[in-house]
Design a protein. Structure first.
Length: 198
C-alpha cells in the first residue's frame, strides 16, 4: 500500500518576515561589497613595511566579512516555514527559507519512531526534560494555525530526537497506517473531540 501525504507549516506574518529577510539580505550584500572594496583599496594604499597598517587593515577587513557572514546566517532563520512529506512509511521534514531555499531536516522511518502524540499531553514534557533527548522544533509558530495542532515524534535519529511539528491530524493518521499502534501515546485524544471538550 503506497501512501503520499504532504503539507506545510507556514510562518505567521510571512509578509512582514519576507520584508525583514530582504532588508537583512541587502545589508549583508553591502558589507560584502565593502569588504571586497577594502581588500582592493588595501593593495594600493597599505605601507608594506608598517605592521600597524597591516593590522588595522586586517581588522577592518575581518570585521566587514564577519558582519556579512553573521547577517547571512541570521537571514536564514527569519522567514522560515516547514514542509512535511509522508511517503509509505517515511516522514521527511524540510526547512524552507524565504520560500525558495529548501534544506532537509530529517528522514524518519516509522520503524525508528519510539512514540508520537500531542504536545499538550504530559508524555511530551517527560520526553523533553530527558537530557539524552534533543528537541528539534519543526515550526516557526507559537500558536498552531486553524485546523492544525502541535504533534511530537520521538525517534531514534542520530541519537534520540524529539521532533515538534505543526500539522493536521491527517499526518498522524497516515503515520498510523505504517507504525505500530502502541507507538501512539496511550492518552491521545482525537483533535475534534479535544476541541469539543475545550
Amino acid at each position: 500500500m503506497d501512501v503520499f501525504y504532504e503539507e506545510s507549516a507556514l510562518a505567521h506574518n510571512s509578509e512582514k518576515k519576507k520584508k525583514k529577510y530582504n532588508i537583512i539580505s541587502a545589508v549583508s550584500v553591502v558589507f560584502l561589497v565593502l569588504g571586497i572594496l577594502w581588500i582592493i583599496i588595501g593593495f594600493y594604499t597599505i605601507d608594506i613595511t608598517s605592521l600597524g597598517s597591516w593590522l588595522s587593515w586586517g581588522l577592518i577587513c575581518a570585521w566587514l566579512f564577519l558582519a556579512w557572514f553573521l547577517l547571512r546566517r541570521w537571514k536564514m532563520n527569519v522567514n522560515v516555514s516547514f514542509d512535511y512529506c509522508f511517503v509509505s512509511g517515511e516522514l521527511r521534514i524540510s526547512k524552507v527559507m524565504n520560500v525558495n531555499k529548501r534544506k532537509l531536516v530529517a528522514r524518519v522511518d516509522c520503524e525508528d519512531m519510539i512514540q508520537f502524540g500531542d504536545v499538550d499531553n504530559p508524555s511530551f514534557d517527560r520526553f523533553r526534560s530527558d537530557p539524552a533527548t534533543k528537541t528539534v522544533l519543526c515550526t516557526s509558530n507559537d500558536v498552531a494555525a486553524d485546523g492544525k495542532f502541535f504533534m511530537y515524534v520521538l525517534a531514534e535519529y542520530n541519537g534520540k530526537k524529539l521532533f515538534v511539528l505543526e500539522c493536521r491530524e491527517e499526518l498522524l493518521m497516515n503515520i498510523l497506517k505504517f507504525a505500530k499502534r502502541n507507538k501512539l501515546e496511550s492518552d491521545y485524544v482525537m483533535q475534534e473531540k479535544k476541541q469539543k471538550q475545550a
